[in-house]
Write a protein that binds this ligand. Structure first.
Ligand code: ADP
Ligand code: MG
Length: 638
């Protein structure tokens, strides 16, 4: 559609550490990368001399080999964009390359491309950013199979006019028309549909959003005001940045460094504090530190094993609790900045609450960060979209809107496809039916079907079909740490909550143990109207078959539970039954078992009514067994 008719407008997140390109067409926003390549492009450029002049190597290779070419590899060029040498004085000690003053004392980079003796080549940060933009553009073109010349590019909310102009210039050098510069927090809000035209229709009033962005080397908090534009479907709302605060030297890198310190201390204790580590080992430690940090976002503990050379190995376990203790002061610094931002926006807010908190940046995957932010603002922050890509996705949404395409980018007023959860036997329990208006809420109670289950997998589904395998899985999570109980005893309460912005929060709790778990999802993300139609039609086509199948799935589970209960008592009390009862019961048990195993192998090979009648007959035939059971247990008590 838009992809082929008019020229698409790319969305570009030109980051300090990483950059990304995305597009929003008929399929909603998505990041772009050539087949098999990582869409996240490190914002690192290595310059080399080549016959035509200067060559730029952009991305992973430049980042990973920066130590080999410390003076010709440029990272963090964003920190220099549109600034004077004095402006970036504080940044200079952190940069491996030489910064010199250019025209009007603007910051320029001196590259010794012809060796240390020859005069260096002087280039502008705009040219470095242009290399990154050109690479992103080339990757987008390869992914799309067509030429593109237009983009929306994001910048931090605090960028001044000179920094914004420098970003536009970088685009021009890369052969890209920057159709709009958008603030990063605004883009993140747009990715969640906050402030799109349809959203404005639902949310009459003004709303306030906090965007918390914790990346690798920087932290930004922005308080936004979103005012509906009131002109129907034609565009987005007005976004106003009420305040910003942050720290240009605070981020995931500091956490890496804290881990490195802990590890090197430990290694020092082991091999003697004076023993100098080879450079390779030190680099390995830094790499490990980051990998461990990432692992501890999902797991409670991580094993560390570092080869120190000369046959020495350092081993230890690092727990999430230890990491949290190390990083707590850093997190508190971000919270102090949040307080400052709220204070600065106080007059403008005039008592209005913060309606939503959007999480941006890779470091917001850290559970402690999420918990602390939720606690500070008193609301569950939005984490459903990938925090690495959310800014680029939002820029793409803005691009699509500027290009005149609203459909794919926008959220819907109603829930287009039913939302549910996979239950025993692979069937679907629908909690929220399609065409329900948002916001919507539903709860349902479940139990387990296996004895002693200590963990339950919850699979969140979208679609109209009756079986999980025919629906779209939106995400899975586990409710763990349940005390072992017999099947059917745990009380699992599952709650679905779709808020006014179309974000689904699923929460599961087990009542007896109080254990909880949850997941956040944007159900309509990447869903096209064509897909919605297709899923609806398939449901109609398969309606009868699906109903039977759902019924059989339930009957299998229930018959198995009955067979288990009856089987246990039959073994114990069979000799107390009359000959006739015993014969009838064991025949029925055999019939039921055969029927169930046939149904389990192929549901369509059995007749649902026959299975139902068999289960019913089995239940009735087990009455004498129940009576004996009661009598025996009474006897045992006396
Ligand atoms: P920037 O905005 O500075 O370009 P990003 O938003 O790309 O940075 O975030 C990069 C940071 O996020 C790095 O410090 C990286 O280690 C961290 N990060 C990425 N994934 C995880 C994770 N699963 N757990 C903890 N930190 C993570
Ligand atoms: Mg970022």
């Amino acid at each position: 559609m838009t992809d082929t008719v008019s020229e698409p407008i790319l969305g570009i997140d030109l980051g300090t550490t990483n950059s990304l390109v995305a597009i929003a067409g008929g399929t909603g926003p998505r990041v772009l990368a050539p087949e098999g390549e990582n869409p996240i492009l490190p914002s690192v450029v290595r310059f080399e001399r080549d016959p035509t002049g200067r060559k730029a190597v952009v991305g992973e290779d430049a980042r990973d080999r920066a130590h080999e070419f410390p003076h010709t590899t440029v990272s963090s060029a964003k920190r220099l964009m549109g600034r004077s040498v004095e402006d970036c004085a504080a940044d200079l000690p952190y940069l491996g390359y030489a910064v010199v003053g250019g025209e009007h004392n603007t910051a320029r980079i001196a590259l010794p491309l012809d060796g240390p003796q020859a005069p260096p080549e002087i280039i502008s940060p705009q040219e470095v950013s242009a290399s990154i933009l050109a690479e992103l553009r080339a990757r987008a073109e390869r992914a799309l199979g067509r030429a593109v010349t237009k983009a929306v590019v994001t910048v931090p909310a605090y960028f001044d006019d000179a920094q914004r102009q420098a970003t536009r210039d970088a685009g021009r050098i890369a052969g890209l028309e920057v159709v709009r510069i958008v603030n990063e927090p605004t883009a993140a809000a747009l990715a969640y549909g906050l402030g799109t035209a349809r959203d404005a229709k639902r949310n009459e009033g003004v709303r306030h959003v906090a965007v918390y962005d914790l990346g690798g080397g920087t932290f930004d908090i922005s308080i936004l005001r979103i005012t509906p534009s009131g002109d129907g479907d034609s565009g987005t709302a007005f976004y106003q940045v009420l305040s910003t605060a942050g720290d240009t030297r605070l981020g995931g890198d500091d956490i890496d460094n804290a881990i490195v310190r802990t590890l090197t201390e430990g290694i020092g204790v082991e091999i003697g504090p004076d023993a100098a580590l080879p450079v390779e080992s030190r680099r390995a430690i830094a790499r490990f530190a980051r990998a461990i940090k990432h692992r501890l976002s999902d797991e409670e503990a991580a094993e560390v094993r570092i080869d120190l050379g000369e046959g020495r190995v350092y081993e230890r376990t690092l727990t999430r609790a230890e990491l949290e203790a190390m990083m707590a002061p850093l997190v508190e610094r971000t919270i102090a900045a949040c307080e400052r931002a709220l204070r600065d926006a106080k007059d403008a807010l005039d008592g209005s609450p913060i309606d939503a908190v959007v999480m941006v940046g890779g470091s917001t995957r850290i559970p402690l960060v999420r918990a602390r932010v939720a606690d500070f603002f008193g609301i569950e922050p939005y984490t459903a979209l990938d925090p690495d890509t959310v800014v680029a996705l939002g820029a793409a949404v803005q691009g699509a809107i500027l290009g005149g395409d609203h459909r794919g980018a926008l959220l819907l007023d109603v829930i287009p496809l039913s939302l549910g959860i996979e239950t025993r036997g692979g069937a679907v329990a629908k909690l929220i039916m399609r065409n329900s208006p948002v916001p919507a809420r539903a709860t349902e109670q479940f139990s387990t079907s296996v004895d002693g289950q200590v963990s339950v997998k919850l699979n969140v589904l979208q679609g109209e079909r009756e079986m999980a395998e025919d629906c779209r899985s939106l995400g899975e999570f586990h409710l763990t740490g349940l005390p072992p109980m017999p099947a059917g005893i745990p009380q699992l309460v599952v709650e679905f909550l779709v808020d006014a912005n179309g974000v689904l929060n699923v929460r599961a709790a087990e009542k007896r143990s109080g254990k909880r778990a949850g997941i956040q999802i944007v159900p309509n993300h990447g869903l096209t109207p064509e897909e919605v139609d297709k899923m609806e039609n398939e449901a109609l086509e398969h309606a009868r078959e699906d109903m039977t199948r759902h019924r059989i799935a339930d009957l299998i589970v229930n018959t198995n539970l009955d067979l288990k209960w009856i089987g246990e008592r039959f073994e114990r009390y069979a000799d107390k039954l009359s000959e006739a009862d015993r014969g009838a019961l064991s025949d029925l048990m055999r019939t039921a078992r055969d029927l169930v195993s046939r149904a389990e192998a192929d549901w369509s090979s059995v007749d649902a009514d026959e299975l139902y009648r068999t289960k019913d007959a089995l239940d009735r035939a087990s009455v004498p067994l129940q009576e004996i059971g009661i009598a025996e247990s009474l006897k045992a008590e006396n």
